[in-house]
Write a protein that binds this ligand. Structure first.
Ligand code: SIN
Length: 296
């Protein structure tokens, strides 16, 4: 890390409800505690931070991420960087007949919040773009959409807030694959243990562990039903809430450029990776993930 320091930065809002672009920070240089604490405040305030034009090594990526909490090691061991197992390689690139990274986020392009099927889901992630695909007109492909579930909660009627207050949804790791036609080929090969893992229940209205703000905590990729109410009613409510969570004005679309780093908060956002490219176009990203707490 360079000995030059960062001491101030600018914040530009990306969407009326959430998301901010941070400029004036070079993540490869030292960030003092005071500046870092302002970045952290911005992360909790905006739920999503975008840093452009960062030239960072895996070590810098890991060290910066660690300042947000302990880092998780992904279960897909084959796609972890050898020297930095806290980094998961996401990519569609095939080398010597083998995928170099986890490509399933592109193939299962469904709105989700990460690892909601765990008792203690991930708090957030920092995703760094090394290679980005473009179409022949120069448009960036493989965009990522983010939605603010704080905004979705705020938009609920008071009656709905009361109705949802004590309800929990069931989150199952393999839901998307259980629902898929049996001949679907995906990069994910779940173990018997994962397939049999019982779903976790989490409150639909979640309180942010740091700010206390409320969000709608659902993940269409994994949520199978609302616990304790009839199936038809559960389906109807989930459809309504999924639609609200991804309402057009609550969504920010990130058109990646190489060297962008994005951090998102899993408690107050959902995201979806757009699957609109294929080899020979290449997408290569490094992701770290911060450990979270039990939703309440
Ligand atoms: C993810 O779903 O964690 C990654 C999103 C992306 O690859 O754009």
């Amino acid at each position: 890390m360079s000995s030059e320091t960062n001491s101030s930065f600018q914040i530009k809002r990306l969407n009326p409800y959430f998301g901010a672009e941070i400029s004036g920070i070079d993540l490869s240089k030292d960030i003092d505690e005071e500046t870092f604490s302002k970045i952290k405040d911005a992360y909790y305030e905006y739920s999503l931070l975008v840093f452009h034009d960062q030239r960072i090594s895996p070590k810098v990526h890991v060290d910066f991420s660690k300042r947000f909490g302990s880092l998780e090691i992904h279960s897909l061991k084959q796609y972890l960087l050898e020297d930095h197992p806290e980094i998961l390689l996401l990519s569609n690139i095939i080398e010597n007949g083998k995928p170099i990274g986890f490509a399933d986020t592109e193939r299962v392009a469904t709105w989700h919040t990460d690892t909601s099927y765990l008792k203690t889901p991930s708090a957030g992630s920092a995703l760094y773009a090394l290679e980005v695909p473009y179409d022949s007109k120069g448009n960036s492909l493989g965009n990522t959409l983010f939605a603010s579930t704080f905004a979705a909660y705020d938009a609920l009627s008071e009656d709905m807030k009361i109705k949802l207050r004590d309800l929990k949804a069931l989150h199952k790791m393999t839901k998307a694959y259980d629902d898929a036609p049996k001949d679907t080929i995906t990069a994910v090969k779940f173990t018997d243990e994962q397939i049999k893992r019982p779903p976790e229940n989490h409150p639909i209205i979640r309180t942010h562990p740091v700010t206390g703000r409320k969000s709608i905590y659902l993940s269409p990729l994994c949520v199978t039903k609302i616990e304790g109410i009839p199936e038809a009613e559960s389906k109807k409510i989930l459809q309504e809430l999924d639609k609200l969570c991804t309402r057009e004005d609550f969504v920010y679309r990130h058109k990646w450029k190489a060297n962008d780093l994005i951090m998102w908060d899993n408690c107050s956002t959902q995201h979806l990776a757009v699957s609109d490219y294929a080899p020979p176009l290449r997408r290569k990203m490094h992701r770290t993930t911060f450990a979270g707490s039990i939703p309440f």
